[in-house]
Design a protein. Structure first.
Length: 272
């Protein structure tokens, strides 16, 4: 019974990753060919400061997006779980609407909103708040805003699932024992919701790392992310070994991050 799943993982996960690792150790030949010889040249090149800057920027953007999604998503998930009542299904449908539209349509919508002649600038000009249009587009702010828009549901849904599983009798018992709202939240609700917090952080951080469309359309030269760099190596520069090395570094970073998140989650659950 395990054979179908094993074959699937072997064909579509292990073999592609193995081929990626093998290509990262190869060399680029003439006319974009690949020379299958062992070399660390691609990894040494990837550790150059200009590429490390892109990787660090990507990590910072993904971390900022994850933090903002957590701050915005937890209150919304808390409201859905405890106060939405019969309107819960409606709010969940509204939350899922971004998944039903093309990401390109959403990106171009943000371009129309944030552009110098866009809706936001025209609105602020008409109110007299500003005298000249703001340069919002092609900035770190616009990129992080786009990432938050796309990945906020990835944070809310695990949080909602975790909060929904909390027995309401625990909260009632906390109030009966004299705890206030803040103490009940910090001592009962939040510790029991930590699995959802960790799951939401992972599900938000990981796709943010590999995102390239948002930075491509909403960003500029100073918001170039690792996903854009990998895309450029495979599709434009045709340097597949170097692109594979960059992808390998990114993959190792993601696996390490997930591993430490799991360790931290296990430690938090033991203390709880």
């Amino acid at each position: 019974m395990l054979a179908p799943a094993t074959i699937w993982l072997l064909a579509f996960l292990l073999l592609p990753v193995a081929s990626l690792l093998a290509m990262s150790l190869a060399k680029r030949g003439p006319y974009s060919s690949v020379i299958w010889t062992f070399t660390w040249e691609n990894f040494a090149r990837a550790l150059d400061h200009k590429y490390l800057t892109v990787l660090i920027r990507t990590m910072c953007y993904a971390s900022a997006t994850t933090g903002i999604c957590l701050v915005l998503g937890f209150p919304f998930a808390y409201f859905l779980s405890f106060y939405a009542g019969h309107r819960r299904e409606t709010f969940l449908i509204l939350l899922m609407i971004p998944f039903w539209t093309s990401c390109l349509v959403s990106i171009y919508s943000w371009i129309i909103i944030l552009g110098r002649a866009g809706l936001l600038n025209n609105f602020l000009l008409n109110l007299g708040v500003i005298s000249t249009p703001l340069g919002i587009l092609n900035t770190p702010f616009s990129v992080i805003l786009g990432l938050v828009y796309f990945y906020l549901p990835f944070m809310i849904l695990p949080l909602y699932s975790s909060l929904e599983k909390i027995p309401r009798s625990y909260i009632e018992a906390s109030y009966d024992l004299g705890a206030g709202t803040i103490q009940t939240f910090s001592k009962v609700t939040l510790p029991l919701a930590l699995p959802g917090v960790f799951a939401g952080c992972i599900l938000t951080f990981v796709p943010c790392i590999g995102d390239f469309l948002t930075a491509e359309f909403l960003g500029g030269p100073k918001t170039y992310l690792i996903g854009n760099l990998v895309q450029n190596q495979f599709l434009m520069a045709q340097d597949w070994p170097f692109g594979a090395a960059l992808t390998t570094i990114l993959l190792v970073s993601l696996i390490s991050g997930v591993y430490f998140y799991q360790k931290l989650e296990a430690a938090e659950l033991e203390r709880a």
